[in-house]
Design a protein around this ligand. Structure first.
Ligand code: FMN
Length: 223
């Protein structure tokens, strides 16, 4: 896929088309992405809801090659364990093997990704047990809607992007690298760039298989 002439005009794409074709694009070209585009994506991210409308998100845009390489090393360290487990568990699954090959490609080329957006939550500490699970859900639920807005916006503009959390396995190391205060929690990294491959469609379970009516287990739409 080549870079569109007017990426921001791509935001006029029908919502259903963006949703149905948005998927993780890991093979990205090193061609630069304009600041205007990145700021527009973040602006779209801020249109998402947050718990109590705290708007407690913050974003770190990373362009520095050395930082990208260091984060790539953290990613590689986590992948050594996670990838090995994934290969053992998903043996014989061709789709999973393709996706894991793409992850490995991205790790090898991490410092060439034009932009990393680190999506963070600010202001309060992540909840620890024994708080009810809904407290944790509300906390993390204040960043992922904005991440999804960014991913949909990127898709409509013809950019490749995805969610990456494995490099964040050590919050301490990431905070140290990015000079981030303890009151800010990095939640996900979004590598963004012009895609080498193509977009969707994605393959998901049908809604009838995962939807219950009134009480759990009553599944009238299941075929
Ligand atoms: C919370 C979360 C964390 C994820 N972390 C990673 C990651 O560290 N590396 C990666 O390559 N993909 C990561 N993904 C992407 C998923 O693997 C991907 O969305 C899923 O396999 C479906 O594929 P698709 O996005 O192409 O439809 C993550 C997704 C979510 C929602």
């Amino acid at each position: 896929m080549t870079k569109p002439a007017d990426p921001i005009a791509g935001l006029r794409m029908p919502l259903s088309e963006a949703m149905e074709t948005q998927r993780s694009i890991r093979r990205l070209s090193p061609d630069p992405v304009d600041d205007e585009i990145i700021l527009r994506l973040i602006e779209l991210g801020t249109k998402a809801p947050t718990g109590s409308n705290f708007q407690n998100w913050e974003f770190v845009v990373i362009k520095d090659q050395t930082l990208k390489a260091r984060i790539g090393t953290l990613y590689e360290q986590a992948w050594k364990i996670y990838g090995r487990a994934g290969r053992a568990l998903r043996k014989g699954d061709e789709a999973a093997a393709r996706s894991m090959a793409a992850v490995e490609w991205q790790i090898e080329h991490f410092e060439e990704v034009p932009i990393l957006i680190v999506a963070c939550l600010r202001g309060s500490r992540a909840p620890f047990l024994p708080v009810p699970p809904v407290v944790a859900a509300t906390y993390y639920g204040s960043i992922f809607p904005s991440i999804q807005n960014i991913l949909l916006g990127a898709r409509a503009m013809g950019l490749g992007a995805g969610i990456v959390t494995l490099p964040l396995w050590s919050t301490t190391r990431i905070r140290r690298l990015l000079k981030m205060p303890i009151a800010v929690l990095p939640c996900a990294i979004l590598p963004v760039g012009w895609p080498i491959g193509r977009y969707g469609p994605t393959h998901r379970r049908p809604p009838g298989e995962i939807t219950h009516l009134d009480t759990y287990g009553n599944m009238p739409w299941k075929t």
